[in-house]
Ligand binder design. Structure first.
Ligand code: XMP
Length: 486
């Protein structure tokens, strides 16, 4: 048994000492960072893989703003793949493998396919993937006979304007505009259809200049996995669906089964970006870094809905955990990012987490109140709230039972669920509108924080950071006081 000589600190225990600043305007500072060594972000924010926080809608909004979302794993493999695909298709300079239909299909089938995939048009192909037509909503919207063939209403091949595969976004924009087109099929040298460029995608491409995108111009998205026997299969199909990174997410990530799973993933998917966690110690971060993680997720028990520390007695106050995690990564000799997961309530917490050495933060319940989160909405005393729940809460555990039984017959799915010991709670948070408005406030605070830190970049903020421990009187002084808030 040993007792550490130093106290564990969290965000409210410290303040950052202001530094001489060369910054005249917030616009001078740069919030760019790295999520993993090959995934840059324009803003250091990741939405948490929780079932009341991140599915496709949240991921799309996060990536458009310059961050990224991690699709939670508490759904069937098929369901998670669908969410990933939805993000990858949300925008992109070119849609690969656009939804297609045969010219012999009926108008009713075309209508059904468009509505199922929420698209405004389909390419018409023959059995050899050659383009034989284009059918859009406009062609079928007023058609009275749903049994008529698509070939009767589609734009025929001799009237289709198409592009070659090497067309640039600017050339595509000009071509779409010149011919007042909405859709531009892309074909290769063998006249095979390789993609579709839409006017909508060109507009979106220009509307979100900071968006986090892959090299095909598609929004990036992460997907969480666990350590169950079928999670390797889950990982494989998620990567095939276009997931840009996997988050191996275990409550106690410094565990043999997590290290083993990480090694298996590394072996099976050498090129995949893999984030591993959660850990809260130097040794935990070091071991996961040595086992091949591309980023380490730090945080045991700081989350708003977490009760792990109360139920188990384990955890490390988050600021110390971040600093220890960074030290562990350094000790491993690898240069990989640390993601601070949990406990972020304000932009001040964000600044402190970054100053302590994190390269990005993961946020859960703050985002759970946003329009884009999948949680349900409730009205209380005339005010709108959204539900948030810890992934180790009783409700989440019960919800998982059905999903696990759907995916495999593993031992855990046979477990007696009455014996669940929750390490999280279910709660409500105020409805907060669209996540980009909240992100603007968080990033606005970070801009100012960089300025107070005399830092043009997050790296300079870390280099300059001088934390000062404060007393309860200091915390009281930090909040508005001695006034009645309106
Ligand atoms: P915030 O504070 O942003 O934290 O809501 C989100 C993070 O909390 C973790 N998490 C849990 N931790 N029991 C826990 O101890 C739970 O039930 C639970 N659910 C989520 C997770 O790391 C998340 O990103």
């Amino acid at each position: 048994m040993k007792i550490r000589p130093t106290k564990g600190l969290t965000f409210d225990d410290v303040l950052l000492v202001p530094k001489r600043s060369p910054i005249a305007s917030r616009q001078d500072v740069d919030t760019s960072t790295w999520l993993t060594p090959t995934i840059p972000l324009r803003i250091p924010i990741v939405s948490a893989n929780m079932d009341t926080v991140t599915e496709a809608a949240m991921s799309i909004a996060m990536a458009r703003a310059g961050g990224v979302g991690i699709i939670h794993r508490f759904m069937s493999i098929e369901g998670q793949v669908k969410q990933v695909k939805r993000v990858k298709r949300a925008e992109g300079f070119m849609v690969e493998r656009p939804y297609s239909i045969s010219s012999e299909a009926s108008i009713g089938e075309a209508r059904q396919l468009m509505s199922q995939h929420e698209v405004g048009g389909l390419v018409v192909t023959n059995g050899k993937s050659e383009l034989v037509g284009l059918v859009t909503q406009r062609d079928i919207i007023l058609a009275s006979d749903d049994s008529a063939l698509v070939s009767l209403v589609m734009t025929p091949p001799d009237q289709i304007i198409s592009a070659r595969a090497d067309i640039s976004p600017e050339e595509a924009r000009a071509l779409l505009h010149e011919h007042r087109l909405e859709k531009l099929p892309v074909i290769d040298d063998n006249d095979q259809l390789v993609g579709l460029i839409t006017a909508q995608d060109i507009v979106k491409h220009n509307r979100h200049p900071d968006a986090t995108k892959d090299d095909k111009g598609r929004l990036r998205v992460g997907a969480a996995i666990g350590v169950k026997p079928n999670d390797v299969a889950r990982a494989e199909v998620l990567l095939a669906a276009g997931a840009d990174l996997l988050v191996l997410d275990i409550a106690h990530g410094h565990a043999d089964h997590c290290v083993d799973m990480l090694k298996t993933l590394r072996r099976n998917f050498p090129d995949a970006q893999i984030v591993a966690g959660n850990v809260a110690s130097k040794e935990g971060a070091r071991d996961l870094a040595e086992a091949g993680a591309d980023a380490i997720k730090v945080g045991v028990g700081p989350g708003s809905i977490c009760t792990t520390r109360i139920v188990t007695g384990f955890g490390v106050p988050q600021l110390t955990a971040i600093m220890d995690g960074v030290e562990g990564v350094t000790e491993s000799g690898r240069d990989i990012p640390v993601i601070a997961d949990g406990g972020i309530r304000t932009s001040g917490d964000l600044v402190k987490a970054l100053a302590a050495g994190a390269t990005s933060v993961m946020i859960g319940s703050l985002f759970a109140g946003c329009e884009e989160s999948p949680g349900s909405t409730v009205i209380r005393n005339g005010q709108k709230f959204k539900v948030v729940r810890g992934m180790a809460s009783l409700g989440a555990a019960m919800g998982r039972k059905a999903v696990e039984e759907e995916d495999d017959e593993s031992a855990e799915s046979q477990e007696d669920w009455n014996k669940v010991v929750p390490e999280g709670v279910e709660a409500v948070v105020p409805y907060r509108g669209n996540v980009d408005e909240l992100l603007y406030q968080l990033i606005g605070g970070l801009w100012s924080g960089l300025s107070y830190g005399g830092a043009l970049t997050i790296k300079e903020l870390q280099d300059n950071a001088e934390f000062m421990e404060i007393t309860p009187a200091g915390i009281r002084e930090s909040h508005s006081h001695d006034v009645s808030r309106i």
